[in-house]
Ligand binder design. Structure first.
Ligand code: DAH
Length: 342
């Protein structure tokens, strides 16, 4: 009995799908659901079956009757041109918007930096994250066994074919791209290199084993510290969206001479002094300097002819300052309630 009913339902649905006009629909409806229709006949015949079966079959038959009636109504609406005009369905209501994605805070500051440097004629380059010991250190005037290597806690990687490439490291900074870019493009040269860098460090709110830097290099005749400081002030103001002051202090990096630490006036207190800048009014942001003659030589160029400035800036710290983020690890946490704030 049940199978019979289900088959009947399929038949009617198929017939509805094939109907080409309202008239044949109505005939179909009378044939099956009308007072003398086939489904009605089945329901009438229920008086012959047992009480138990009556209950089950009766329920199914009613369900099918309702489904079919609904299918007839829907098909009729199509033929009468009423589909979609049902007053209980307002087609002018706004649809359901899909969730929209947005940029990660690191991407936001990176895009601002790239835009700034592209507008000044710089190339944006990519470099390898798995780097040779040579480019990461030696070519940057940090020879093996020099104590300056201790400044950066390094992940050394066992190469598969040691003889072929020498010792490998996860790059500790983006600076190795200075020499790679000089070798590839020569001078004059203006490049920035954003990218991920790695340090073997204990993590806390301000340190992570993985973070982002942007390296910059400008090489030409007669490049001086005046060029460097002007670029740094403009760059920081562009990213932060407000006019900022900078100050420079001596700093030691083996690949520049002189080497500088560049501070920017605190964006939170405008230089007045607050807990974020430890009451100094200044925030340490950038390592920079004039490219060391040994590095220019490693790049295959003549330091008697060319001079340049280089700098490295931490994108995580920049994003933290710009958006008031107090833990660097949040930037790699893939934590949606955090990320959805930007
Ligand atoms: N590579 C340095 C670091 O990661 C930052 C740096 C300092 C980059 C001075 C430079 C520079 O280009 O001139 O700590």
């Amino acid at each position: 009995m049940q199978n019979h009913l289900l088959k009947l339902k399929e038949q009617v649905l198929a017939a509805i799908a094939e109907a080409r006009e309202g008239k044949s629909l109505r005939a179909l409806e009378i044939e099956y659901l009308g007072r003398k229709g086939r489904l009605t006949a089945i329901l009438r015949g229920l008086s012959d079956v047992s009480e138990q079966e009556k209950k089950i079959v009766g329920q199914l038959a009613n369900q099918i009757k309702n489904d079919l009636s609904a299918a007839f109504r829907q098909a009729e609406e199509v033929f009468s041109g009423q589909a979609g005009k049902n007053p209980s369905f307002d087609v002018t209501l706004p649809g359901q918007a899909g969730a929209r994605g947005h940029f990660h805070p690191l991407t936001i500051v990176l895009e601002k930096l790239e835009k700034f440097f592209i507008s000044l004629g710089f190339l944006v380059l990519d470099g390898p994250e798995l780097e040779s010991d040579y480019y990461n250190f030696t070519a940057l005037n940090i020879p093996p066994f020099h104590p300056a290597r201790d400044m950066q806690d390094t992940f050394y990687v066992q190469p598969i074919a040691q003889q072929a490439v020498g010792q490998l490291v996860m790059r500790t900074h983006t600076s190795p791209m200075q020499v790679r870019a000089m070798q590839k493009y020569g001078a004059p040269l203006r490049v920035v290199v954003p990218g991920r860098v790695f340090r073997f460090e204990a993590t806390d709110t301000r340190h992570d084993t993985t973070f982002y830097q942007l390296e910059g290099l400008m090489l030409d005749r007669d490049i001086s510290l005046a060029n460097l400081t002007a670029f740094m002030k403009l760059m920081l103001s562009a990213v932060m969206g407000q006019e900022l002051n900078i100050r420079v202090r001596p700093g030691y990096f083996p690949f520049v001479e002189p080497g500088l630490e560049v501070d920017m006036s605190c964006v939170l207190c405008g230089g007045q002094g607050c807990p974020s800048c430890k009451q100094t009014g200044w925030l340490e942001m950038i390592g920079a300097g004039l490219v060391h003659p040994e590095v220019i030589k490693a790049g295959g160029l003549d330091p008697e002819i060319y001079s340049g400035f280089a700098f490295g800036i931490g994108l995580d710290r920049l994003a933290m300052m710009k958006f008031g983020i107090n833990d660097i690890r949040l930037l790699r946490g893939a934590h949606l309630p955090f990320l959805e704030q930007f």
